[in-house]
Ligand binder design. Sequence first.
Ligand SMILES: [Zn+2]
Length: 139
Amino acid sequence: MPPHGWHPSPEQLQKLRESHKGQKPWNTGKHVKLNNALDAFIYKRGSECHNWKGGKTPEKTLIRESREMEEWRNAVFTRDNWTCVQCGQTNTRLNAHHIFEFSKFPAFRLLTLNGATLCYDCHRATLRKGSVLYTVIPC
Ligand SMILES: [Zn+2]
């Protein structure tokens, strides 16, 4: 099996060629300096890139968007069977909740035990002061 995408047969290719005959390519007449575009978007990364803003992404954003955090989230969801542990909803927008807060307990950020699957609404409720949801202990 081919690795990716659609691989037309020779007959399909021929049909496509005929059906597109006389059509104008989308980029005809457009002035794009291809080399500059490639430099900007492919070869120049980090501080080399024209769009670099000085590495100002906050540490918490880098962590929250990291591969480790994605794996933590998936581990929590899988353990809780993709169900909100508070109200039992599935098939809804789920959040992985940090029982011990992300900001105050950095050491617990990636512990699966410190995670609980909550639906969006239940998770929002945890943001209120004195919420009982801080005490959710998954088994
Ligand atoms: Zn819920």
